[in-house]
Design a protein around this ligand. Structure first.
Ligand code: GDG
Length: 492
C-alpha cells in the first residue's frame, strides 16, 4: 500500500494531548488506519531560526514556528482572514498588510522541509485553510506526486470569497492540487460558482474544472467519526445538580464565534422564560474549550458568553439549581462519550460550520433503547446528512427555544425512529470511509490524468506539441488552456 503523507497545520499526539479540535481528531484516526507520515507544526513557538524537523517512530514529523510566523501565518492570515471570511464573517476579517506574505512564506518553508522526506510513490494529502499554497510550493520543488487538498471549513458564496484581496492567488494555489475535497454538496456548489465567476474556471466534459493551466477535481467527502469510540459507553455517573429528575442538555464546542454559543444561551434563557414548568428540571452544560485566545474576536466572544451565562443564572437560578453550567476548560476525551450518553439533548447550534463532529459523536453515544435528541443548526454541514435531527435556525431564538421543548417532550417511539436513521447516517460516512473515499478518488483522478496537468516543464512542452499536432481534440477548443502552455505563457 502506498504511503499517505498527511500534512496539516497542527500535529497532535492524541495519547498525550488533553483536547483537540475536529481536524486533529480525524487525522489521528487516518494516521492510525494507514501506512502514513503526519507532517506539520508541533504547537511550539521558538526563537531558534534554524530549528528543523523532529521525527518520531517514522510516523510523525513536526516543526516549530517562529514568533513572527505564528503571528502572520497562523493568528494572522489563517485565523483572522480565512477563518472569518470562510464562515461568512467578513465583518471580523482583518486584511492586514504582511499577513499574506507570511502565510505563503510559511507554506514555502514547510514544503521545503517536507520535500526531502518524500518518496516517489507517496500520496500527499494536505488539510485545511492554513495550507492552501502548500501544493504550489511542493510543485515548484519538482514534486510530481498526486496531491489532494481537503477543506474542513465551509466554502463561502462566491462573492464573499472574492472579498479576499488575494483570492486569485488562492484560486491559483488550489489549481495546483489534483483533487479538492469539501464537506458538503453546498460547499462544492459554492466553490464551483466561485471558480466559474471569480476566476473563469470551466467545467470540462469529464466533470473536472479547467482552472488556469490545470484540471482539478472538486467533490464532497463528508467527514465522520470513529463510531466505535463513542458507542458501547456507559452513562457518566452522578446526578445532574444532585437530583434524579434534572435533565441535561449538553453542548461541547471550542469557544469560537462561529459556534453560535450566545444564541444557544439566549434560546435556553427564552425557553426557561416561556416554559416555566421546566425551571429546576433542566440544566444546560456547556463545555467551551479555550482556543485561539490571542485573536481579539475570541476574547470578545468569551466576555459575551460569560456575561450572558451570569445574567441568565442570576435571573433564574435557585439555591439548589444553576441553569447554565458553563465550563471554560477542555474535558478529557475519554469522558466525553459518557457525558453525551447521559444528556437528554445534544445541542449543536453553529452559525456556520464545515461539518461539526460533536453532532455525530452525540448520536453515536446514545443508548438505542432510550436515545436522547439532537437539536442541530441548519448551518452545520452535518445537517445535510443528519436530517432526522431537530433542525433549527440558531438566529431564531423563539424557534430554538421551542426546539428544546419538543426535544424534551418527544415520545420514546419517535426518539428511537429518529435515532435509528441518524445512526445509519453516522455509520455511512464514518472516518474510515471518508478517508477511503478521498484517497481512492485521488488515485482515480491521477490515473485518468490529463496531459496538461502540471508535471514538469518537459511534460507541458510535450502536451503543447500534441496540441499543435491536433492529437488532443478534447482540449483544442479551450483557448485559455492553449494560452497557458504556449511558450511565454503562464505555465512556462
Ligand atoms: C473543524 C471544523 C469540522 C471539543 N471540545 C473538547 C473536545 N472537543 C472535540 C470534539 C470533536 C472536536 O473537538 C470538535 O470538532 P468539530 O467538528 O465540532 O469542530 P472544529 O474543531 O471547529 O473542527 C468542523 C471538523 O474540523 C472536522 O472536519 O467538522 O466544521 O470547524 O471531536 O469532541 N475534546 C476534548 N475536550 C473538549 O473539551 N477532549
Amino acid at each position: 500500500m502506498r504511503r499517505v503523507v498527511v500534512v496539516s497545520n497542527r500535529v497532535i499526539d492524541l495519547r498525550k494531548a488533553p483536547q483537540a479540535g475536529g481536524v486533529a481528531v480525524a487525522l489521528a484516526d487516518v494516521v492510525r488506519l494507514h501506512n502514513s507520515l503526519w507532517f506539520g507544526w508541533n504547537g511550539e513557538i521558538t526563537s531558534d531560526a534554524t530549528a528543523g524537523v523532529a521525527t518520531r517512530e517514522g510516523r510523525l514529523a513536526t516543526v516549530p514556528l517562529s514568533e513572527s510566523d505564528h503571528e502572520g501565518y497562523y493568528l494572522g492570515y489563517a485565523n483572522s482572514v480565512l477563518w472569518p471570511v470562510f464562515h461568512n464573517r467578513l465583518d471580523l476579517a482583518q486584511f492586514e498588510a504582511g499577513f499574506y506574505d507570511r502565510y505563503v512564506a510559511v507554506n514555502r518553508r514547510l514544503a521545503g522541509l517536507l520535500q526531502p522526506m518524500l518518496r516517489a510513490d507517496d500520496v500527499i494529502w494536505v488539510h485545511d485553510y492554513h495550507l492552501i499554497p502548500f501544493a504550489t510550493e511542493l510543485r515548484k520543488l519538482g514534486v510530481q506526486n498526486p496531491i489532494g487538498f481537503y477543506l474542513h471549513i465551509p466554502c463561502p458564496p462566491w462573492q464573499t470569497f472574492m472579498a479576499i484581496p488575494e483570492h486569485q492567488d488562492l484560486a491559483r494555489a488550489l489549481a495546483a492540487y489534483d483533487l479538492v475535497g469539501l464537506q458538503t454538496k453546498a460547499d462544492v456548489a459554492n466553490l464551483i460558482d466561485y471558480m466559474a465567476n471569480g476566476v473563469f474556471g470551466r467545467i470540462v466534459p469529464d466533470g473536472r474544472i479547467r482552472l488556469f493551466d490545470r484540471l482539478v477535481s472538486v467533490a464532497s467527502f463528508p467527514i465522520g467519526i470513529d463510531v466505535t469510540d463513542f458507542s458501547k459507553v456507559k452513562r457518566a455517573g452522578g446526578l445532574v445538580q444532585g437530583r434524579p429528575s434534572v435533565s441535561r442538555i449538553i453542548g461541547v464546542d471550542r469557544l469560537d464565534y462561529t459556534k453560535g454559543l450566545p444564541q444557544k444561551f439566549k434560546a435556553f434563557g427564552r425557553f426557561l422564560e416561556k416554559y416555566p414548568q421546566y425551571q429546576r428540571q433542566v440544566v444546560l452544560t456547556q463545555i467551551a474549550a479555550p482556543t485561539r485566545a490571542s485573536v481579539e474576536a475570541y476574547s470578545d466572544i468569551r466576555q459575551q458568553l460569560e456575561s450572558l451565562a451570569g445574567s441568565i443564572n442570576g435571573r433564574f437560578g435557585e439555591l439548589d439549581w444553576v441553569p447554565i453550567h458553563y465550563i471554560h476548560r477542555s474535558t478529557p476525551r475519554r469522558r466525553l462519550a459518557g457525558i453525551y450518553r447521559s444528556s437528554r439533548i445534544g445541542m449543536v447550534t453553529p452559525l456556520r460550520d464545515g461539518m461539526n463532529l460533536v453532532a455525530k459523536e452525540y448520536v453515536a453515544a446514545q443508548d438505542a433503547e432510550d436515545p436522547g435528541v439532537l437539536v442541530l443548526s441548519q448551518f452545520a454541514g452535518a445537517a445535510e446528512e443528519l436530517t432526522e435531527a431537530l433542525i433549527i435556525n440558531p438566529y431564531n431564538v423563539e424557534e430554538t427555544a421551542d426546539g428544546i421543548r419538543s426535544a424534551l417532550e418527544m415520545p420514546l417511539a419517535e426518539r428511537r425512529t429518529r435515532h435509528e436513521a441518524l445512526m445509519a447516517a453516522v455509520r455511512k460516512h464514518d472516518v474510515a470511509s471518508w478517508c477511503q473515499a478521498f484517497l481512492s478518488q485521488l488515485e482515480r483522478v491521477r490515473s485518468d490524468d490529463d496531459p496538461l496537468s502540471w508535471h514538469s516543464p518537459e511534460s507541458i512542452r510535450t502536451a503543447l506539441a500534441k496540441l499543435e499536432q491536433g492529437t488532443l481534440p478534447r482540449l483544442r477548443s479551450s483557448s485559455r488552456a492553449l494560452e497557458a502552455v504556449r511558450p511565454g505563457g503562464r505555465a512556462q
